[in-house]
Design a protein around this ligand. Sequence first.
Ligand code: 2PG
Ligand code: MG
Length: 433
Amino acid sequence: MNRIRHLLARQVLDSRGRPTVEVEVHCTGGECGRAIVPSGASTGRAEARELRDQDPDHFDGQGVLRACENVTRVIAPALKGMDPVDQFALDARLLELDGTPDKSRLGANAVLGVSMAAAHAAAAVQRCPLYVHFHRLWVSVPQAPELPRPAEPRMPLPQTNMISGGLHAGGNLAFQDFLVVPRAAKDYPQALEWLVRIHRRLGRLLQQRQLEGHLVADEGGYGPRLAHHEQAIELLLEAIQQAGLVPGRDCWLALDVASSHFWDGRCYRTGDADHAAYSPDQFIEHLVQLAEKYPVASLEDPLHEEAWDDWARLRSRLPRHVVLIGDDLLSTQPQRVQKAQRLGAADGVLVKMNQVGTITETLQTMRLAEAAGWTRVVSARSGETEDTTLADLAVGTAAHQIKIGSVTRSERLAKYNQLLRIASGVTATWHEK
Ligand code: 2PG
Ligand code: MG
């Protein structure tokens, strides 16, 4: 049998020029799997911990050399001789080696780098596409609820960033992501073409109104200086129309409010001219109004990451068709998803592998969500690289949606293009939700 022979780890740079971990898993048969770990800016407090060197003379303390060393010195000897295809056993060993609830000993960046690279090695060993390997794992996740029906690999519907605010665009707007969901597209390539068209029309609109329209933010969306989040929504609706599409029929909006980042402990401080700060009650009222006024498909992190009861209140007030997605709230952690399900606090989960730190735990979270009929959105981070693992993860687990950022910048396009490659195969069908 093909076994793990050795592991390599090196420090490389992400889309913000910040160091991150790249891992290679080499097998006895000569196959190799390689992966790079992403990194967020608007991180949740419950996320697994990245290990950063804190050496002020090296990348301003952001280096990840210690995490790399943990891969080669601690993890490599322990994994040597194991079967790369047995992801669950590998991840269990990683958890045992780290021994902390938040992966802070070895670093979530070290642990996830190995977990992801092993999946690539396993696909190489089995001579199958990565999404096929993920699909095999998806249907056999340990300690996970039964799947209501076996879902075949499926192309996810993109929710694509057009305008950025918050921590991704220098705080020009409080809300972080204004996204488009091209629901009526007949297939993934058409969805992508619509998104590119809308992005270009939006750029032109912003230029015509002297609101900028060339410069892009962290995830490739525009970062114009707008007075209010409703102005961003109106511009987006106009851009959809100028692209010859109908809002609320062809394309819907998704909003990542990322509200933990403008919650000051008492109020949501949007800084808007007409209403600078909202009490939780006022903000819930405002969100419901937005969802009723505009064709909103989903709201992500509309309330801060510990406001469990307010989330449940908002869920009961929102129209049923609006999906309430937990990102910071759930941090891809199975326990937090279970808590949200008990409280009725959400009905969608943003899935980010590095929030939890292993592929097994990511799949466990997704299975809990699937069993409850939730919407699953596989997501990139704002700090990304050419790594495309998440595209295969989304297809292999038949995720409903994928959130990669905008349709510019190569670290984003790497994923969109990987989905084009998969879509041109014959085995994956188009999304259903
Ligand atoms: C988010 C992500 C991606 P970050 O909040 O959903 O937009 O951002 O990676 O900075 O957490
Ligand atoms: Mg988010």
